[in-house]
Design a protein around this ligand. Sequence first.
Ligand code: PGA
Length: 250
Amino acid sequence: MFPRLIVGNWKMNVPTTTTNLFVAQLAKRVSANVPVEVVLAPPFPFLSEVGSAVAGTSFTLAAQNVFWEEQGAYTGEVSGAMLKSLGCQYVLIGHSERRKIFGESDDEINKKVKAVLHHDLFPILCVGESLEERDAGQTHHVVRVQTLAGLQGLEKVDVSKVTLAYEPVWAIGTGRAASVDQAEDVHGLVRETLCEQWSLAPQFIRILYGGSVSGENAGVLFQSDQINGALVGKACLDLDAFASIIASTA
Ligand code: PGA
């Protein structure tokens, strides 16, 4: 089993203090006795600064996106090699905001997963259904299709390096987190899908939950063995809330 993984997705935001101060204050609040991996995912222009700030702490660095090509005429894009050179270890891929606002397809997401693995970075593949899909009883179908498409063509050894993040779209930024039962149900499905397709041992599959995780609900979510950590949006730039989410993993 791995320690729980807590990822702070800053999205297109920065802390109200300087990033250095934010990271230093967060590091002070995270007890060395809690076995947890904390990852910060700032916007691209802050990767270098946050990368320097986390050096000497137990935190690591993630990017929020990547492009699958190595280099070339791709205005506005950033390659896996560039992210690696800035000290990133993880890359978020297929976040529902990328899928919805930027029209990312499962095929593009699959290319990104492969590019990230190629650069010895760890993908965090986000999957999740919309409210309409949940109401229509399609949650399992949607999540299964996104999971299989995102990981298509990968060998078992590579799938074992991927962290999945179940993020129901209706729970993101709404203050309405999934219940433990709802999260466990989908985490179970994702785990089963990976076990079936790639014969991975269930305890080696890491699945995060994301969507309105807060200092208040994290403790309840982490009572479940199926929930191996959290992908945190809004609450990750609030020191008290993020520190409390991290402490809840104990
Ligand atoms: P939220 O975002 O915690 O603000 O709901 C989660 C996410 O989008 O990863």
